[in-house]
Design a protein around this ligand. Structure first.
Ligand SMILES: Cc1cc2nc3c(=O)[nH]c(=O)nc-3n(C[C@H](O)[C@H](O)[C@H](O)COP(=O)(O)O)c2cc1C
Length: 200
């Protein structure tokens, strides 16, 4: 049985993906469900190095219990070499027990990303982020073209998920269109969750 919250799970080193996550969470809440924001720790190249279980600032680290009890999931990552960032993949690779127990089966899910450049691999990142969610039996959704900003955007925002182009110097804030599509995606996952039996 799921609780009445949508999990917004993201990794962000420089803050752009976190900005999208916060806006998506607002969309979830506008649809009447609680949004639970969770992040994952950085992965260190020094294998002995460990992080405190509770981060010094910002959102808490995601637990397997957060996954088990969510009614829906949105996953976000910076684009790195056309794929999701290692810390997020590392966390996903720790979800075998979630998979064995089928704890995400039938729950709605969507993805989002931030990239430095316009054609630097947003869509490959979004699509590849969906793959483990399919393995988990989740019901993936993108953004339908009835969201008019999808037609007018000249930067981020795709039918595969929400996105932002942060610029090669990381100097661009999310545009009106990018933010509107984040809100729409958060709302969409929440509305789908409400229609499914995952919400009490
Ligand atoms: C190791 C690394 C690889 C990256 N690879 C790409 C890439 O393939 N395409 C791209 O457009 N930007 C790439 N970037 C830039 C980030 O995607 C971009 O700065 C993003 O907005 C950072 O998100 P954040 O602020 O949430 O950390 C890369 C950055 C790093 C550090």
């Amino acid at each position: 049985m799921s609780d009445n919250f949508i999990l917004v799970l993201y990794y962000s080193r420089q803050g752009a993906t976190k900005h999208l996550a916060n806006t998506i969470a607002r969309g979830v809440e506008e649809a009447g469900l609680e949004a639970r924001l969770r992040t994952v720790p950085a992965v260190s190249a020094v294998c002995e190095q460990t992080e405190e279980a509770i981060p010094a600032q910002g959102d808490l680290y995601c637990s397997l219990d957060d996954l088990k009890s969510c009614a829906g999931l949105l996953v976000g990552s910076p684009t790195r070499f056309g794929n999701m960032a290692a810390p997020l993949k590392y966390f996903i690779d720790s979800t075998s027990s979630t998979w064995i127990n089928g704890e995400l089966i039938g729950k709605p899910a969507a993805v989002f990303t931030s990239s430095g450049s316009m054609h630097g691999g947003q869509e490959s990142t979004l699509l590849s982020m969906m793959l483990p969610l399919f393995h988990h039996g989740m019901l993936l959704t993108g953004i339908p073209y009835s969201e008019t900003h999808l037609h007018s955007t000249t930067d981020g925002g795709t039918p595969y998920g929400a996105s932002h182009v942060s610029g090669n110097s990381h100097d661009k804030v999310p545009s009106e269109q990018e933010l509107a599509l984040c809100l729409a995606l958060g709302k969409r996952v929440a509305e789908i969750a409400k229609k499914l039996t995952t919400v009490k």
